[in-house]
Design a protein around this ligand. Structure first.
Ligand code: SRM
Ligand code: SF4
Length: 542
């Protein structure tokens, strides 16, 4: 490590404990912790280092840990889902799972004494939770309908898996990337609708065609780079424009900015490695509120950052293509859609606020096996997609009782509802989110009619895990005062645009007590999103 990273006097407490013992060292100590019990563990190991293997101590429910998996491109098999269901099933009422805003899943109620057995079960079905928390690269997102969508530009699945394998040493843990200055998010968009919210990632790849000119690609290091002139159609070559530095934090939120670079798909893994090496070795480590990649880009300027990335790559990057291919409104994939493979369909099921229980998970696994190919996918809206349902089985699939709860045609608010974990399990939370979000949507849908979905995102604190800045209406938990009392409240964000011309929403109103929120939302929905009171609609139609 260089410059800022080595100045021990300015290291924050996280940097100090990482320097004493790398988080990944915890991997060989799991048996010991299981025998010891959580009460007897060293606090830094328990509260922080365990996150390097995806195990999160929950101060709200001490002794009942959360486990965050890795789901490259949000894809898993029915056998993997069954294993996850078995894990949470043993915890009875304490056990459940949440689909996350990064196309991933978290398990709850986990006891430390069970970790060796859980890791063995994960290993047997190819699941990993390694490096999913703290100063590591989070789950890498890709297009949720990759390989299914006739209109896709690039099937992101293999690339996402390759990046994860490089970062995590095929799920075993990779000390090269286990001590970044801060968390890091990577996304690859493969379609025209930016299903991954590329702009809110530290590093994202956005589809873009480049007019051929006989220049050389950068190559992945091991094999020779592909010259444009040898590509099948050198006049119009597919690749990705690179954007960098997008992030949300309590103090600052930024959309990613162009790196002014374009890469061939086969160079994406090498570029990820180069960017991460630069961030690892030069990213600021003194103040954790100012450690995300954008702070380094601010300090250096994007030009210098690009030059450093090129120097790690050992090659120049080509300038960005003039335009990218994101020209659709964002789809939510809820409903039944034809696949590019004749006779096959994918079904997007709405999972209200992403919450699943063991019996739901077994049932989803069963449906995927009986009607599909055993594959299940997650979306960043915390929903699921079951692909490869044949035309002949579709009608029976649609009669399955699970679809009454996990609908393919939910109400227009339910459809787009997203919520972070909130006070039930998260100690940063300023408010309860998931249950409140569901109750609020139910009440609003009872009173109003809608013509279009309205995307409402709840997040329990300014860390913004529920991404309120990408929503039509974003609700961020806060504490507020009313009649001399402190109450749970929200700041309201509006104007988030996703898909084509994505941009972040901003705070429009602060400190609305949650108990007064319903009429405020009703008013916003009527004035800004064309909702109508059911009574009014009845009069107009009669
Ligand atoms: Fe997050 C921390 C949950 C997506 C920004 N996030 C946390 C912790 C680990 C805090 C904690 O220890 O309690 C939360 C765990 C609560 C729990 O028990 O579930 C937590 N974050 C989540 C999830 C589960 C929300 C959800 O309900 O879906 C998401 C897990 C994604 C995954 O699978 O890895 C989740 N978090 C996000 C996102 C959205 C995204 O990635 O698109 C963001 C904003 C984007 C970003 O990071 O730039 C996000 N989480 C944060 C931050 C603020 C980061 C910062 O730079 O300051 C924190 C706090 C921190 O890291 O210090 C945080
Ligand atoms: Fe917890 Fe805040 Fe993230 Fe919600 S936004 S999961 S409350 S850290």
């Amino acid at each position: 490590m260089t410059d800022t990273a080595t100045t021990t006097t300015s290291l924050n407490k996280f940097e100090k404990f990482k320097a004493q013992k790398d988080g990944l060292a915890i991997k060989s100590e799991i048996e010991k912790f299981a025998a010891l019990g959580w009460e007897a563990m060293d606090e830094i190991d328990r509260d922080h280092r365990l996150k390097w293997v995806g195990v999160f101590f929950r101060p709200v429910t001490p002794g009942k840990f959360m486990m965050r998996l890795r789901m490259p491109n949000g894809i898993l098999t029915s056998s993997q889902m069954s294993v996850l269901a078995q894990v949470v099933q043993r915890y009875g009422d304490d056990g459940c799972a949440d689909i996350t805003t990064r196309q991933n899943i978290q398990l709850r109620g986990i006891r430390i004494e069970d970790l060796p057995d859980i890791f063995n079960r994960f290993h047997a079905v190819g699941l990993t939770s390694v490096q999913s928390g703290m100063d590591n690269v989070r789950n890498i997102t890709g297009d949720p309908v990759a390989g299914l969508d006739a209109d896709e530009l690039y099937d992101t699945r293999e690339l996402v898996q390759q990046i994860q394998d490089m970062l995590t040493n095929k799920g075993e843990g990779n000390p090269e990337f286990s001590n970044l200055p801060r968390k890091f998010n990577i996304a690859i968009a493969g379609g025209r609708d930016n299903s991954v919210h590329a702009e809110i990632n530290d590093l994202a790849f956005v589809p873009a065609f480049k007019e051929g000119s006989g220049e050389w690609g950068v190559g992945s290091g091991e094999e020779s780079p592909t010259p444009y002139s040898l590509l099948p159609n050198p006049q119009k070559v597919f690749g990705f424009n690179i954007i960098v530095g997008g992030f949300f934090s309590a103090k600052r939120c930024e959309a990613a900015i162009p790196l002014n670079a374009w890469v061939l798909p086969e160079d994406v893994v090498a570029v990820c490695r180069a960017v991460l090496e630069v961030f690892r070795d030069h990213g600021p480590r003194a103040n954790r509120q100012k450690s995300r990649l954008m702070w380094l880009i601010d300090e250096w300027g994007v030009e210098k950052f690009r030059v450093e990335v090129e120097s790690r790559l050992g090659k120049s990057l080509l300038p960005a293509a003039a335009k990218d291919e994101i020209d659709w409104e964002k789809r939510d994939h809820t409903g039944v859609y034809k696949q590019k493979q004749p006779g096959l369909n994918y079904a997007g099921l709405n999972i209200p606020v992403g919450r699943l229980y063991a019996e739901d998970m077994f049932e989803i696994a069963r449906l995927a096996e009986v009607y599909g190919s055993g594959e299940i996918r997650f979306t960043v809206e915390q929903n699921i997609v079951i692909p490869n349902i044949s035309d002949s089985r579709l009608a029976t699939f649609l009669t399955e009782p699970l679809l009454e709860r996990f609908s393919i045609d939910p109400g227009l608010l339910t459809r787009s509802l997203v919520s972070c974990t909130g006070a039930q399990f998260c100690n940063f939370a300023l408010i309860e989110t998931k249950n409140r979000a569901l109750a609020m949507i139910k009440a609003l849908e009872a009173d109003l009619t809608f013509t279009n979905p309205v995307r409402i995102h709840w997040t329990g604190c300014p860390n913004s895990c529920g991404q309120p800045q990408v929503a039509d209406i974003g609700l961020m938990g806060t504490k507020t005062r009313k009649n001399g009392k402190t109450l749970e409240g929200v700041d309201i964000y509006m104007g988030g645009k996703v898909g084509k011309d994505a941009h972040l929403g901003t705070c429009v109103t602060k400190g609305i007590p949650c108990e007064d929120l319903q009429p405020v939302l009703q008013d916003l929905l009527i004035k800004n999103f064309g909702a109508k009171l059911k009574q009014e609609a009845l009069v107009i139609n009669s």
